[in-house]
Structures are given as C-alpha cells and as structure tokens.
Design a protein around this ligand. Sequence first.
Ligand SMILES: Nc1ncnc2c1ncn2[C@@H]1O[C@H](COP(=O)(O)OP(=O)(O)OP(=O)(O)O)[C@@H](O)[C@H]1O
Ligand SMILES: [Mg+2]
Length: 254
Amino acid sequence: MKILGFFGKGGTGKTTLTALILRELVRRGEVGLLAVDADANECLASLLGAEGTPRLSDMLQKYKRQREESPELTGLDIFQNLFDTLLMEGEQEGYDMLIMGRGEGSGCFCAINDLLQAVFEKTVEGENYNYLLMDCEAGVEHIARKTSGKINDAIIVTDASKVSLDTLKRIKEVASEVGTTIENYYVVANKTRPDMLDKVEKTAESLGFKYLGAIPEDPNFTEIAYEGKSVFDLPDDSPAVIATKKITDQLLGA
Ligand SMILES: Nc1ncnc2c1ncn2[C@@H]1O[C@H](COP(=O)(O)OP(=O)(O)OP(=O)(O)O)[C@@H](O)[C@H]1O
Ligand SMILES: [Mg+2]
C-alpha cells in the first residue's frame, strides 16, 4: 500500500497530475487503486469522469447520529461499517473513488478530517488498496491538519515561479513540525517553459527532492474541458500522457 499525496501552490496542476497518474495506473492494469479528492473544491471527480461519487461529508450526519445512539462503539467502529458502503458506491471502472467534501457551513472540517484520517488507517491496516492517490488542497495545510498523517510519496507540482518553488521548502518544514511521515519527496514541473526547467530541477535537488520530470503544456486539456470529457478520453499520444508514463515509471521504480 502506497499513499501518494499531490501538493503544490494553487493552480499548478495537482488535480491534473493526480488524474493523469491514475489514468496511467489503470491503463497498466494496476489493481487496488483508490483516488481521494481531498480538496473542498472537488475537481478530481469531473476530470476523471467519476461524477456521482459519494462524499465523506454526506456521511457525516449518519456518522454523528450513530455515535450518539451507540456510545459503546468507537468512531472507527462506526466508520468502518459506513465506509464499506461508501466504497461500493464510489466504484469506478478500474479504481475506487472518494470525495472528502465540504464542511457544514461553519467552515470547520474537523469531523471530516477525522473521517479522512480513518480512511487512511482503515486502508493502510486492511491493505485493501495498493495505491491511494490523494489530490490535496493548495498549499501544505493538509499536512498541518494531519489529515495526511502517513504519506509514502509527496509529489509537489510546481512551475518555475518563486512563489510556487517556495512551497517545496514549506512542505518539509510543516511536515516535520506536525510529525507527518513522508518517505519520499518528489517534484514534477507542470506547464513550465522548457528554458525554465533547469531552475526547477536545481531548486528541487538543492532541497533534497527528487525531480521526476515535466508535464508540458498540453492543448488537449482545453479540448476535454470544453467537451466535458475526462482524462481517460485523452489520446494516448497526447504530450501530457506521454510525459506521465515516464514519471510513473520513476514513481513505481522507486
Ligand atoms: N500540462 C497542462 N497543459 C495544459 N493545461 C493544464 C496542464 N496542467 C494543468 N492545466 C490546466 O490548468 C488549470 C489548473 O490545473 P489543476 O486544476 O490541475 O491545478 P490545481 O493545482 O489542482 O489547482 P487548485 O489549486 O485550484 O486545486 C486547469 O484548467 C488545467 O486544465
Ligand atoms: Mg486541484
């Protein structure tokens, strides 16, 4: 079981890379794949064509009620019962999907974060999945909130801008402050001018990140977005798909 968390500044391509790598794993016939949309903006499901995927937040009322009714059960006990149903509902072709969803008006995500934490524990302990791909919110707040307590591979998506590259340093600092375990730190450049890639690679390596390569600007994304299609509709020879193959090779080989 490998947990891959996708991080980075807003708009750098976290959701796009999560979807591209999932597409590649499905195409390779990898089994036991779970995609988690951990961003309240919920973009991953539509990019994957997985609309109708259940939300953890929708489960919240049921969860709260059962906790009140059955004080003898722990949160995790209750969660496990609800979780199996949820995963069945989130089944897609070749992978399962979960959406974290939004908090309840007040903007507090604590209860949902508890649930997400339980998802991790359950999947890690149960070994139901071989790969858990988690599309995170912009910045590194997820780590700070400890919703991502165990991560094998942190993949930071960046362009060559200073503000985006600054995220690299911050993610390591925050992870060590809150005691999150991250085994491998990777960097992927996205939508970056070829003459600026050298800066990304050098910055990554100077901070102890492994540079996995670059996803080029790919006009096919505009096309699929316009037509409401998914990443699975991208042509196999599309530049982003080809670049993702190489990046996935490195991730799996590590
Ligand atoms: N390689 C690429 N080529 C062309 N367009 C891209 C590429 N990568 C991302 N995009 C486009 O850039 C926009 C932002 O990408 P994406 O949503 O993946 O970023 P994000 O980091 O997940 O953003 P957010 O912080 O809002 O979650 C999207 O419209 C996406 O289609
Ligand atoms: Mg996103």
